[in-house]
Design a protein around this ligand. Structure first.
Ligand code: ADP
Length: 224
């Protein structure tokens, strides 16, 4: 593991992020991304939901997925706990594991988006440097930038704690969970998210409408 300086805290570069393979050569496909998307009548993008636990990321992403699929738009949800039960089952909640968790999700979301899918990721993703790294993976792709839209689900901690659908804040307050974001681990709020949702005052439907408008304004989905 190596560290590099950043504005807010040292960036933890997980050992797994360094390429171990040798003699690797990128194999180009026979069609471009643009051709693939045109043929499939789709446009890929990643909507990256970030916010405190219980802020509403998964609830909003699920509702948005339902509307998009009903409109015949190819999208897929990558959800924090679900991914931690499969692809990332070997990762915990140390700073290094959190960084590796987000690094893998960033890469997977990019593959989905490259394929023409709208990837909806809902992860606390508390560290700005990790989110910025996921953005960079999309925006600096060799075949051209892939839209990466950061959606800050901005609910105050007291609202999250009151909702607490999984009882996690209760456990963290009782000392049964260590390093819980917002309690004894930091959440670095996005400085310039493309979209900010306020679940304390916006209904789930309001949030879904805001996401749809932003996708349509950017030409990622058709205007209705
Ligand atoms: P996260 O994915 O951010 O951990 P969840 O979506 O699992 O959060 O939990 C949010 C909880 O808040 C759910 O129980 C949801 O029903 C509730 N909730 C109440 N009002 C809203 C709202 N306006 N937007 C999003 N979630 C809401």
């Amino acid at each position: 593991m190596t560290t590099t300086p950043a504005a807010s805290k040292p960036v933890v570069v997980p050992a797994a992020a360094q390429t171990k393979g040798t003699n690797l050569h990128w194999h180009e496909g026979n069609i471009s991304r643009a051709e693939r998307h045109k043929q499939l009548q789709t446009t890929g993008a990643t909507l990256w939901f970030t916010g405190l636990s219980a802020s509403g990321k998964s609830t909003i992403a699920c509702a948005l997925e339902q509307v998009l699929v009903q409109r015949g738009i190819h999208c897929y949800r990558l959800d924090g706990d679900n991914i931690r039960m499969g692809l990332n089952k070997n990762l915990g909640f140390s700073a290094e594991d959190r960084a590796e968790n987000i690094r893998r999700i960033g890469e997977v979301a990019k593959l989905f988006a490259d394929s023409g899918c709208i990837a909806l990721t809902s992860f606390i993703s508390p560290y700005r440097a990790d989110r910025d790294a996921a953005r960079a993976v999309h925006e600096k792709d060799a075949a051209g930038a892939i839209p990466f839209i950061e959606v800050f689900v901005d609910a105050p901690i007291d609202v999250c704690e009151q909702r607490d659908p999984k009882g996690l804040y209760k456990k963290a307050r009782a000392g049964q969970i260590k390093g819980f974001t917002g309690i004894d681990d930091p959440y670095e709020a996005p400085a310039s998210a493309e979209l900010v949702l306020k679940p304390a005052t916006m209904s789930v439907e309001d949030s879904v409408r805001a996401c749809l408008k932003m996708l349509a304004d950017r030409g990622i989905i058709p205007n209705t």
